[in-house]
Design a protein around this ligand. Structure first.
Ligand code: 5RP
Length: 249
């Protein structure tokens, strides 16, 4: 049986979780309502916040009879599009996307993003690069001044499996910190991305780096496929707040 104190604690943490989910939902709804005004080609990001955006989009497509073609950024996003009976497209037939709505792990004051907490950074960056606008939706915990202030799991880097150790060593030699091979569970095998690659998480210690330069330099290391640093890509971010408002940046 729960003691009063334990019951109170679990009620509190349930409430906190609820307000976090509500914050994601507020941001997602606001972005879809602002950016989907007519028929369009729509990039569907990945992660838990995007689920609310797709739900809202599906409601609006149904009630307003919009013609929206959805381009996924991951297997998860594709499943979501199919589940909601939305029209699935691909870059081969729709190489220019009107707007992509995606989540982020952290957004700094310059609108530089860390993405890839869910391991989908490569396709997310490709789709974002084909989009006229990239809009981020997130809860209040993702809003920061400097990268690393809030998100402590580091910058995800997608790599070709055979090269993961030399890449770990090279990044550590260049910038220090710790570069970890991502595993779903400690002592288990590595996480494999939708593209058959591994993910390294670089826990950086210097928060004052020039992220555009860091991104270019890391991308030059043979075997690096993509980084989770999105520099100068995001037009606007919506941060849902616990009490229901949405802050725009
Ligand atoms: C996946 C991502 C996600 O967009 C990011 O991890 C945010 O996810 P969530 O909305 O669940 O917090 O980059 O690769």
């Amino acid at each position: 049986k729960h003691s009063g104190a334990v019951r109170k604690y679990s009620q509190c943490s349930r409430n906190a979780k609820m307000s976090l989910e509500e914050a994601k939902q507020f941001a997602a709804h606001r972005a879809v309502d602002e950016y989907v005004k007519k028929d369009c080609i729509f990039g569907v990001g990945s992660g838990s916040t995007v689920v609310y955006a797709v739900q809202r989009l599906a409601e609006r497509v149904e009630t307003e009879k919009l013609k929206v073609t959805c381009i996924p950024t991951s297997f998860q996003a594709k499943q979501l599009i199919i589940k909601h009976k939305l029209t699935l497209g691909e870059l081969e037939t729709h190489p220019v996307i009107d707007v992509t709505i995606d989540g982020a792990d952290e957004v700094d004051a310059d609108m530089t993003l860390i993405k890839g907490g869910g391991g989908c950074l490569l396709q997310e960056k490709i789709v974002a690069s084909c989009s006229k606008k990239l809009i981020v939706i997130a809860d209040y915990t993702k809003d920061s001044v400097k990268l690393g202030d809030r998100y402590k799991k580091g910058i995800p880097i997608e790599v070709v499996p055979m090269a993961y150790v030399p890449i770990q060593n090279k990044i550590q030699a260049l910038y220090g910190g710790e570069v970890k091979l991502r595993k779903a569970v400690a002592k288990a095998g590595p996480v494999v991305t939708d593209n058959g690659n591994f993910i390294l998480d670089w826990i950086f210690t210097n928060q004052d780096l020039r992220w555009d330069k860091v991104n270019s330099i890391i991308k030059m290391i043979p075997g690096v496929v993509e980084t989770g640093l999105f520099v100068n890509m995001c037009e606007k971010a919506y941060f849902g707040q616990p009490e229901g408002s949405v802050i725009e940046r």
